[in-house]
Design a protein around this ligand. Structure first.
Ligand code: ZN
Length: 457
């Protein structure tokens, strides 16, 4: 009998911190654990090497007429530091208060275990289950999935034959209100470094003769928004999809209070582009943000200097159907056009990611060519979540980014069904991470129902 909680404990005991080379053994341990677990369920295992940490592909084939689902997860976790803030050791999983505590319990070992356990139960009951399943489990998610796009390209001929991707690496509002994430924002990041003089200069001897690079950076930044909060770059909004009424209505069901949100943020007032509530703006609108700015003297007291260099780090969050390539071009174009000619500058590309949106069946903007298996999966999710958790799920776009979801859509043409299983109180990426065992039990029951419904054909 498959005991998911015990299996999850075993899994968490492998300290799989992907970004820290001191955890090589833990990474290997977690990868071998998850591969071994799926092998024991009858899956054919392929460990795909990458530059850093291999990807586990576990396949259950069958009749090509059976539906095929890819289940995504990642076996790596965030570093556990600062260790002194943990109430129990991060890699020694402990049960208390109806939760399992440990690094990776909620991100993503617990939610992945939910789907493995569901599959185990289904196969135990029906070894001939007419469903093709491929687990695709990477070890570099917490470092930005650097090897994942090349892996997708290489395996695309096989993987794109699947019907959709099923995963739980997003959150829900609460245990009572499960959320299906239907959209994610994309990303485009860059740094701008401005140089005026060869070295720092005396502001008395040379002040008045040259443009200060901090001024050049500040003027550039100030030019990039209009006073009402929109991005001031021609063409920036051209590809933004309209927001459907059902999406606004679904979001309104959350019943969040703007005043509480304002107090939570600790701001005197919101600064939202016209036509959107703050909750809508973070999900439906693209942004251009400054993430860091610097130059010149930062120490105590004064220094009469004209710095030689100044910089700004910026990032755009993108919404469907913007692309990082086009936004990069537009933003760089604006920087080039607006940069004063009496300084030199350099724009440094940083990473990017595509935005993503999927529309559940039966909405005003459901694509006419939506795959029947995907539509069926959404209906099965709706029914299973309602039965198991007692309330229909909410279908929401999120403001954050999970670049692999957009990448899967771009390379494989597949949509993803994102069943949110972690909760705000699970402390992802923070000390005292935990996974709610009640959510785990219900999640397994729901996943089992969903996969069984797909298999019923
Ligand atoms: Zn994750």
């Amino acid at each position: 009998m498959f005991d998911p909680v015990e299996k999850l404990k075993e899994y968490i005991r492998h300290p799989s911190v992907s970004t820290d080379s001191n955890f090589k053994a833990g990474m290997r341990g977690a990868q071998e654990f998850v591969a071994g677990l799926l092998a024991s369920l009858g899956f054919a295992i392929e460990v795909v090497p990458t530059a850093k940490h291999p990807i586990v592909l576990a396949r259950r084939g069958g009749d090509p007429k059976w539906p095929q689902v890819i289940i995504y997860g990642h076996y790596d976790v965030q570093p556990a530091d600062p260790l002194n803030l943990w109430k129990s050791a991060p890699f020694e999983p402990t049960e208390r208060e109806g939760r399992l505590w440990g690094r990776g319990a909620a991100d993503n070992k617990g939610p992945l275990m939910v789907h493995i356990a569901a599959v185990a139960r289904l196969l135990e009951r029906d070894p001939q289950l007419p469903l093709r399943i491929t687990f695709m489990i990477e070890g570099e998610e917490e470092m930005g999935s650097p090897s994942f796009p090349a892996f997708l390209e290489k395996y695309a001929p096989e993987l794109r034959k699947a019907d959709f991707v099923f995963l739980s690496d997003t959150g829900s509002v609460s245990e009572q209100q499960i959320t299906i994430t239907c959209g994610l924002r994309g990303l485009m990041l860059c740094d701008v470094e401005v140089t005026s003089s060869r070295s720092d200069l005396h502001s008395g001897l040379h002040g008045g003769a040259i443009r200060n690079p901090i001024q050049a950076v500040a003027e550039l930044c100030a030019s990039l928004h209009t006073p009402d909060g929109r991005v001031n770059i021609p063409g920036f909004y051209d590809d933004v999809l309209d927001v459907s009424d059902w999406e606004r209505a679904e979001l309104a069901k959350l019943g969040q209070s703007e005043e509480q949100y304002r107090e939570f943020l600790g701001v005197p007032a919101f600064h939202v582009a016209p036509g959107f509530t703050p909750f809508e703006a973070t999900r439906f609108q693209p942004t251009l943000e400054f993430n860091g700015i610097g130059g010149g003297y930062q120490g105590e007291g004064t220094k009469t200097v004209i710095p030689s260099k100044a910089f700004v780090k910026m990032s755009c969050r993108l919404v469907p159907n913007q692309t990082p390539e086009k936004i990069r071009e537009l933003v760089y174009g604006a920087i080039r056009a607006r940069m004063p000619k009496d300084v030199t500058y350099r724009i440094v590309d940083q990473h990017d990611g595509c935005p993503y949106v999927v529309v559940p069946p039966g909405r005003s903007n459901t694509p006419a060519d939506q795959s029947p298996v995907l539509a069926k999966a959404f209906r099965a999710v709706d029914t299973a979540v309602t039965e198991v958790f007692g309330r229909a799920p909410l279908y929401l776009r999120e403001g954050g980014s999970v670049p692999i979801i957009g990448e899967i859509k771009r390379v494989l043409g597949l949509d993803s069904v994102l069943l949110g299983l972690f909760l705000p109180e699970d402390n992802l990426h923070a000390p005292n991470e935990s996974f709610n065992l009640n959510v785990m039990r219900k999640g397994i029951a729901a996943s089992e129902k969903i996969l069984a419904a797909l298999a019923r054909g």
